[in-house]
Design a protein around this ligand. Structure first.
Ligand code: A2P
Length: 270
C-alpha cells in the first residue's frame, strides 16, 4: 500500500471531540437536584466559574451534550457538577440515572463570563444565584483567588423549596475545613431564601434587594459601584431583573474582554 492510500484510509480523529470520563460519585438532594463528580483529564484546564459541555453517548448517532457550569474549583483533581433533573429533558432524564463507574462525555473547551478576569478589583463580591445557578459559585467560593481579590464574599441562593438549599449549606459548612480556603472562610457568607414554602427568610433576591432587607440583614450599605462587584446566575428572567437592579445602582456590565462591575450567565436548565 502506498503512503497516500494509508493516509486516506486512516480514521480521522477530531481533536475537539469530548473525552470519556468516569463517574466517581453521585448524590441526590431532592427529586429535582443532584450532584455528581467525574474524573478530570490531566490536560483539562479551566478557570473557576466557567462552564463546559457535558453529555452521554447516544445509543445510535451523535452524542447528546449540554452546557454545565463546573462546580468544583480550578485546583481540584476531580470535576463536580450540580444538575437539575427534568423528567422529559433529553439529557437530564438519562443523566440522573448515572452511577459510579458509568461514563460521561466531557467537552474540551471550557468558557464563560463568571470569572475573576471579567471583574475589576473591589472590596466586596456578591454572587447572586437561584436554583442550579449556584454551581459556578460553588467553584468560585472554593478558589483562594476569590479571597485574594475580595475582602468580603457574599453568596445568595434562592430556591422554591427549603430542601433545595442543601447543596449551598453543605458547601458553606465545609469551607472552614477546605484545604486551600480554610484561612479565608471568615470572609464568606451564605444568604439564602425560599419562595414557595415557609422558611426563616422568604422572598426573591430581587425583592430582598429592592426592600433593602438583604443589606440590612448583612449589615452592609446598598449596592455601590465603588465597593461592590456582582456575578449573577439563574433563569433568564432572574438575570434580567437582577441585572436591572445592578444597573440602577450604577454598576456597569463587564466581560472577559472588558472587565467591569458585574457579569451574568444563564443557569443550565435541562
Ligand atoms: P418564585 O418561586 O417566586 O418563582 P426556578 O426554579 O423557576 O428557576 O426558580 C428558582 C428561584 O428563582 C425561585 O425561588 C424563583 O422564585 C426565583 N425566581 C424566578 N424568577 C425570578 C426573577 N425574575 N427574579 C428573581 N427571582 C426569580
Amino acid at each position: 500500500m502506498s503512503e497516500t492510500q494509508t493516509a486516506s484510509s486512516a480514521v480521522k480523529v477530531n481533536p475537539n471531540a469530548p473525552t470519556e470520563e468516569t463517574v466517581l460519585s453521585v448524590h441526590h438532594y431532592t427529586d429535582r437536584l443532584f450532584k455528581f463528580r467525574i474524573t478530570r483529564p490531566p490536560t483539562f484546564r479551566f478557570r473557576s466559574g466557567e462552564f463546559v459541555m457535558i453529555g452521554l453517548p447516544r445509543e445510535n448517532g451523535k452524542p447528546l451534550l449540554r452546557a454545565y457550569s463546573i462546580a468544583s474549583p480550578a485546583w481540584d483533581e476531580e470535576l463536580e457538577f450540580f444538575s437539575i433533573k427534568v423528567p422529559d429533558g433529553p439529557l437530564t432524564s438519562r443523566l440522573q440515572k448515572i452511577e459510579p463507574g458509568d461514563k460521561v462525555l466531557l467537552g474540551k473547551k471550557p468558557t464563560g463570563t463568571l470569572v475573576h478576569d471579567a471583574l475589576t478589583p473591589a472590596k466586596r463580591l456578591y454572587m447572586f444565584s437561584t436554583g442550579t445557578g449556584i454551581a459556578p459559585f460553588a467553584s468560585l467560593m472554593r478558589d483562594p483567588e476569590t479571597y485574594q481579590k475580595f475582602d468580603e464574599v457574599i453568596l445568595t441562593h434562592t430556591c422554591r423549596e427549603v430542601a433545595e438549599l442543601a447543596y449551598g449549606e453543605e458547601l458553606a459548612a465545609a469551607l472552614p475545613d477546605d484545604p486551600l480556603c480554610d484561612e479565608h472562610a471568615h470572609k464568606f457568607r451564605l444568604y439564602n431564601s425560599v419562595t414557595r414554602e415557609s422558611y426563616a427568610r422568604q422572598g426573591r433576591i430581587t425583592d430582598l434587594m429592592t426592600t433593602g432587607k438583604l443589606f440590612q440583614d448583612l449589615g452592609v450599605p446598598p449596592l455601590n459601584r465603588e465597593t461592590d462587584r456582582v456575578m449573577i446566575c439563574g433563569s433568564q428572567d432572574m438575570l434580567a431583573d437582577t441585572k436591572a437592579l445592578c444597573e440602577k445602582a450604577g454598576l456597569v456590565e463587564g466581560s472577559n474582554a472588558s472587565p467591569a462591575d458585574f457579569v451574568i450567565e444563564k443557569a443550565f436548565a435541562g
